[in-house]
Design a protein around this ligand. Structure first.
Ligand SMILES: Nc1ncnc2c1ncn2[C@@H]1O[C@H](COP(=O)(O)OP(=O)(O)OP(=O)(O)O)[C@@H](O)[C@H]1O
Ligand SMILES: [Mg+2]
Length: 509
């Protein structure tokens, strides 16, 4: 079994402990000045090596309105560092990440950048936003200064001299949201590629990780609303439109999420909505909820890269990112998930294999921070595995890599899992062979029972596309092959006798 992967310097990483290196630093203060950005190739400040006028060097980080701390970065550097606010520390509040322990000292640049950089979009989504809004795709501080007000989880990040208007009790009526339904429709009908990115098209200040074109929205009366610029109002849903490169992507994700729900995996509600006949995938945010006063609240979450202190560049196992064994150790020992969550994690990994998803990387899993704000002095944060998201059949698209984001046993690519691979996988999951077999057999049974129903449902809702037939065939063929190999593992373990079963890992009920 290979050991933990190495970092970019060839050093071994310990993913289970996402601890930060602490370094002392000056107290944060109000050092934020407005910067006039240089025009490319033109005259004006910043052109031809002239000095920039000023730079914002401090961002405020809040948790549902409360100041958590300060992100600082000297101008013309990417050396950002985070420091908790004394008020947050003194109030018995929790750490915002398993990788950012509570401390009165400034956290080092690498740890700070690993955590905050993971809020940024990636790939094409980032390129569009970076180009059109003139932000540096390589500078999370610069990016979050402009797009940090609404991100994944409970935090908001914004320049200290440009604070958002706190959300009122009646955000719909007081103009906290802006209706962008027509802009979104126009953008999706447009043949101009630059109009296609929804964050750009709607001139929005909100951001989510990931490479797909998407927009966090407030879904209200069949209208797409977004927080009005300078408003701290949260969103409730995420929309993902048609993809120019990956045909039927929205139907694909909707089908895979729906099948997951049908077989009992914890996933947020999702569906396809039609806006002016354009099909769009919409999913409910599990990190938002209404409190007893019907006020929308943010629930804190962080993805595995954030929690394990890993730069987003290392989200794939093939790039030294975490694998199944690293995630399992992290979940059992650090997050301290229940047996039920452990089983769900195993089922989700196998489910991803069955639907042909090679992209289930470390940022496609998250943990929820469960905080009792009425009982803060005990600092009683507990953590749980977040519902599963981004479940998509990627092997449908020939141009996408068949290398698994996390290897399955000895399998690095999406192909039939050998009995040896399954046996290794069972060890990587730190699970008893009999439980492992039960979990997968019952998953296969569930899929066998529900697949036809979901297939018929989606065809009747959205019409027949060959895509559906192809996806159906991928899932049935993967299931058949897995069942065969599982029978082999089961026979082998029976022949080996009771001594072949391994003990349980460290799990709590
Ligand atoms: N239903 C949800 N509720 C809350 N947060 C979510 C939900 N779905 C996704 N997220 C957050 O948004 C981020 C981006 O979402 P998602 O993974 O679906 O995007 P993507 O662009 O398809 O990603 P990728 O680049 O992996 O293809 C996730 O990493 C997660 O933090
Ligand atoms: Mg994703």
């Amino acid at each position: 079994m290979p050991g933990p992967p190495s970092d970019e310097n060839g050093k071994k990483r310990n993913f289970a402990a996402g601890s930060a290196i602490l370094s002392p630093g000056p107290r944060p203060g109000p050092h934020c000045f407005r910067e006039q950005r240089p025009r490319r190739g033109g005259a004006g400040p910043g052109a031809r090596g002239e000095a920039k006028v000023s730079a914002c060097t401090t961002l405020r980080v809040t948790w549902d309105g409360l100041t958590v701390g300060w992100l600082k970065q000297p101008a013309r550097t990417t050396d950002m560092s985070f420091e908790y606010d004394p008020g947050w520390l003194g109030g018995g509040h929790p750490a915002i990440s398993l990788s950012l322990p509570l401390s009165g000292q400034r956290l080092d640049a690498r740890t700070s950048k690993n955590y905050f950089g993971n809020f940024m979009p990636e790939g094409e989504a980032l390129s569009w936003i970076a180009a059109w809004k003139r932000v540096s795709g390589a500078d999370p501080f610069d990016f979050l200064a402009k797009f940090g007000t609404e991100v994944a989880g409970a935090l908001s990040i914004f320049p200290i001299d440009d604070p958002p208007r706190p959300m009122s009790a009646h955000p719909i009526d007081d103009g906290s949201y802006r209706d962008v339904t027509d802009i979104v429709i126009k953008s999706l009908h447009s043949s101009k590629k630059e109009n296609f990115n929804l964050v750009v098209a709607t001139n929005s200040k909100i951001s989510l990780a990931g490479a797909q074109n998407k927009l966090p929205i407030y879904w209200h009366d069949n209208k797409i609303l977004i927080p009005e610029n300078n408003s701290d109002a949260p969103t409730t849903h995420i929309i993902k439109p048609e993809s120019t490169r990956f045909k039927h992507l929205q139907f694909n994700e909707s089908f895979c999420m729906d099948l997951a729900l049908a077989i009992g995996l914890p996933v947020p509600e999702s569906e396809i909505i039609y806006l002016d006949k354009i099909p769009i995938f919409i999913v409910k945010r599990y990190d938002r909820k209404y409190d007893s006063h019907k006020k929308l609240q943010r629930i804190h979450q962080e993805d595995f890269c954030q929690a394990m202190n890993i730069d987003k560049a290392y989200k794939y196992q093939e790039n030294n990112g975490p694998g199944i064994s690293d995630c399992t150790i992290f979940l059992l020992n650090t997050v301290k998930i229940s047996n039920f969550e452990h089983y769900n994690f195993i089922k989700c990994i196998i489910y991803n294999y069955l639907i042909g998803n090679c992209d289930a990387h470390a940022k496609n899993f998250s943990i929820i921070h469960n905080i009792d704000f009425n009982n803060l002095s005990k600092n009683n944060a507990t953590y749980s595995l977040a519902p599963f998201y981004d479940l998509v059949c990627t092997i449908y698209y020939p141009m996408l890599s068949k290398t698994l984001a996390m290897f399955l046993g000895y399998n690095k690519n999406h192909e039939i899992l050998s009995i040896d691979s399954l046996n290794k996988l069972k060890n990587d999951f730190n699970i008893d062979i009999n439980i492992f077999l039960d979990l997968i057999y019952s998953l296969l049974d569930e899929i066998n029972t529900k697949l036809n129903y979901i297939y018929e449902k989606h065809i009747s809702l959205h019409g027949f596309h060959h895509f559906y037939k192809k996806l159906y065939n991928i899932i049935t063929s993967n299931s058949r092959n897995l069942k065969k190999q599982l029978d082999g593992l089961s026979n082998r373990s029976r022949l080996a006798g009771p001594g072949a079963t391994t003990g349980h890992g460290q799990r709590r009920d």
